[in-house]
Structures are given as structure tokens and as C-alpha cells.
Design a protein around this ligand. Structure first.
Ligand code: FES
Length: 242
């Protein structure tokens, strides 16, 4: 049974309404002339999506920044790795119907391409993200031992949301050394990641603990944006992503 949840005139384009369908909270959104509905619960940690910003057909969780496609429910960015149910919506004679729950499309599993399929990154100096990622450390070159030591130091920094180290998550983009000063460019799983300051501080401390490092400068960059394909297989295993 579809449930009548609203009149079309109640929800202007760009508007939304929280409704209950078969005892489940559902977020009904009007995008242009189209009505879309998803379960109103973030798959990361249960936050209601009710007031999350909506852009480009996706809703953002206000708690940690995960985004979900409103048509499919697919999780578009971390920290969410699982989709939310997307409901079937019908408009009949000026009224909006949602459901039935049995008509939920099969949840779409986030496709995580193998690391080997990942788009090669732009030229990154000294130690690129692709060098930092992966089980296989490249054949030692001059300075490679030093690079590995720096990477190992950064591996001690754990993302508190995902409980995986920042190197295996693919957050470290580049490491440069100028004598005793280290420059690191890194990113976060999402711009809204609340753990950002903590990760930056811990990365700085991890590097400055090394005997031959006086100072570490950590720069956060959001371009290129982080995507799950940057994770090593080990990190994916830890997060239960296959
Ligand atoms: S609860 Fe939604 S992103 Fe964490």
C-alpha cells in the first residue's frame, strides 16, 4: 500500500517534508517537479537527515558530512559506506504517495574500485599519495628509506571516525623535506570532517617526534577530493568494504 503523505502544493520546488511511512521516518524532497524520498536516518551513525543541505540531488548529513543520493540512496562520500533506502514516490491527482516499504529499491552498494583502477593522480612531489598507498613499497631509491620512515610515522595517526590510519585511508597526498623541516599535504574524507584539527595536530606531532625533524608543516587541501578508491585493501578490509 502506498501511503498518502502530502499535497503537491504543500511542498514547493526545493522544499521538503518529514513524513512517517510504515513507522519509518522518511525525508520527502521536491527537486524541481520531481518528488524523491529516502529514509531519514544517516547510515553512518543514525543522525536524522531532515535539515541537511540539499545540493545536486544529494542530501548532506549535518553530523559528519556524509552525502546520499536522493534518487538511489547511495552513499556518495565518507564517513558513510552504506546506502540508505530510497522510496518509490508517486504523484496522483495533486497528492503525493510514498511506498510501500516492500517497493524499496534494492539498496545500492557503494562501488569501490580496486586501487589499481584508481585514476592516476597529478604529479605530486617526492612522495605521492600513490606511493603512500598500498602494501608494496617501491624499490628503494636515494632517499626512499627516509620517505618510508616519514610514512610509517604518519601511519600512527588514526582517523577517529573510521579508526583507520591516515596513510591507509589515502589522506596523505605528498611529503616534502627541506633539511629538518617536513611539508605534508593531506586531505580529509570530507570537508566537514570534525576530526580535521585533531588529525592535523597528531600528524605534526608524529613527524616532529622523529630525531631528525625539527618542524612539520601540515597543509590541508581539498583538491583533488578524497574518494574511497584511495584506500588500501587493508583499510577497505578494516571498514568491511569489498
Ligand atoms: S551520522 Fe551522518 S555522517 Fe556521521
Amino acid at each position: 500500500m502506498f501511503e498518502r503523505v502530502a499535497d503537491v502544493t504543500e511542498i514547493p520546488p526545493g522544499g521538503r517534508k518529514s513524513v512517517i511511512v510504515d513507522d519509518v521516518p522518511v525525508l520527502l524532497v521536491r527537486v524541481g517537479e520531481e518528488f524523491l524520498a529516502v529514509e531519514d536516518v544517516c547510515s553512518h551513525d543514525g543522525q536524522p537527515l531532515t535539515d541537511g543541505p540539499i545540493t545536486d540531488g544529494a542530501v548532506t548529513c549535518l553530523r559528519h558530512g556524509a552525502r546520499f543520493d536522493l534518487k538511489t540512496g547511495a552513499a556518495l562520500c565518507m564517513p558513510a559506506t552504506k546506502p540508505i533506502p530510497a522510496y518509490v514516490v508517486e504523484v496522483r491527482d495533486g497528492e503525493v504517495f510514498v511506498g510501500p516499504p516492500g517497493a524499496k529499491p534494492t539498496p545500492i552498494v557503494v562501488k569501490v574500485p580496486a586501487v589499481s583502477d584508481a585514476t592516476p593522480q597529478a604529479d605530486l612531489p617526492v612522495v605521492s599519495a600513490s606511493t603512500a598507498i598500498g602494501d608494496a613499497v617501491p624499490t628503494p631509491e636515494p632517499g626512499a628509506d627516509d620517505d618510508i620512515r616519514l610514512i610509517e610515522a604518519l601511519k600512527q595517526v588514526i582517523d577517529p571516525e573510521l579508526m583507520v590510519n591516515i596513510v591507509d585511508l589515502g589522506l596523505v597526498y605528498s611529503i616534502n623535506r627541506d633539511d629538518k623541516k617536513i611539508y605534508v599535504e593531506m586531505t580529509l574524507t570530507s570537508p566537514a570532517c570534525p576530526a580535521g584539527p585533531q588529525i592535523v595536530q597528531q600528524s605534526k606531532m608524529a613527524l616532529e617526534r622523529l630525531r631528525d625533524v625539527d618542524e612539520a608543516e601540515i597543509k590541508l587541501v581539498m583538491s583533488p577530493p578524497w574518494t574511497p578508491d584511495r584506500m588500501t585493501d587493508e583499510a577497505k578490509d578494516q571498514l568491511g568494504i569489498f
